[in-house]
Design a protein around this ligand. Structure first.
Ligand code: PGA
Length: 248
């Protein structure tokens, strides 16, 4: 059976005091969780996450990285810097990065490759906008986003990566994809990978993201191709996040 994996995406939330309380709360309840769990925190709090979580069942990671190894890139953070803080994961190509910061499929593919080169596990986000869904081109869009990475890094790279399917219209909107809607796209993604490498597809963790809550997690995670979730808003509350983790 594939492992289940739930990751929190804190986005641009938190401060030293609140983070400490949140991580303390998560650690207090993590014993009852069977799924693998991680939190992806803002860069300035990586040291705090490492200090608090080292030796626990909770992994940590970042939400973005530079595609460049080093150099004159003011404000950017490299994969090797993330390694200094012993990150395991890094989110790549989140729809907010794509939409608000102009990250193209090509840039996302470079970031994915940079993460893997440094030994980080990328959580590659893909997903369609409402307009694209209504135009009936969801698979075309998700397929194109995957192709950019497949063409650069190859299917075998997915042996060390996680995919998060996040329909843009479901992120932070309270509008969750139905389990059937999500499952259909997850199955499409796995089939696309399977066509290239059956073994890689079988073990590939594909998370669902977009308004996952304690109240809807179980039915989403019960779908055959949904292997956990990437959790935004609900990951900022320890009890809610733990309930989602227990559902996986
Ligand atoms: P949400 O965000 O759970 O707040 O919808 C998910 C994400 O953007 O990763």
């Amino acid at each position: 059976m594939r492992r289940k994996f739930v990751a929190g995406n804190w986005k641009m939330h938190g401060n030293l005091v609140d983070n400490d309380a949140l991580l303390t709360g998560i650690l207090a309840g993590i014993g009852e969780v069977r799924a693998e769990v991680a939190v992806c925190v803002p860069f300035p709090y990586l040291a705090q996450a490492k200090a608090k979580l080292a030796g626990s069942k909770v992994a940590w990671g970042a939400q973005n990285l530079s595609q460049h190894a080093k150099g004159a890139y003011t404000g950017e953070v490299s994969a090797l810097m993330l390694n200094d803080f012993e990150c395991k994961y890094v989110i790549v190509g989140h729809s907010e990065r794509r939409a608000l910061y102009g990250e193209s499929d090509a840039i996302v593919a470079e970031k994915y490759a940079a993460a893997q080169t440094a030994g980080l596990v990328p959580i590659l986000c893909v997903g369609e906008t409402l307009e694209e869904r209504e135009a009936g081109i969801t698979e075309q869009v998700v397929g194109r986003q995957l192709d950019a990475v497949l063409n650069k890094s190859g299917v075998i790279s997915f042996a060390n990566a996680v995919i998060a399917y996040e329909p843009v219209w479901a992120i932070g909107t309270g509008k969750t994809a139905t389990p059937e809607q999500a499952q259909a796209v997850h199955a499409f993604i796995r089939a696309k990978i399977r066509a290239l490498d059956a073994e890689v597809a079988e073990h590939l963790v594909i998370q669902y993201g977009g308004s996952v809550k304690a109240s809807n997690a179980a039915e989403l995670f019960a779908q055959p191709d949904i292997d956990g979730g990437l959790i935004g808003g609900a990951s900022l509350n320890a009890e809610e996040f733990l309930a989602i983790c227990r559902a996986a």
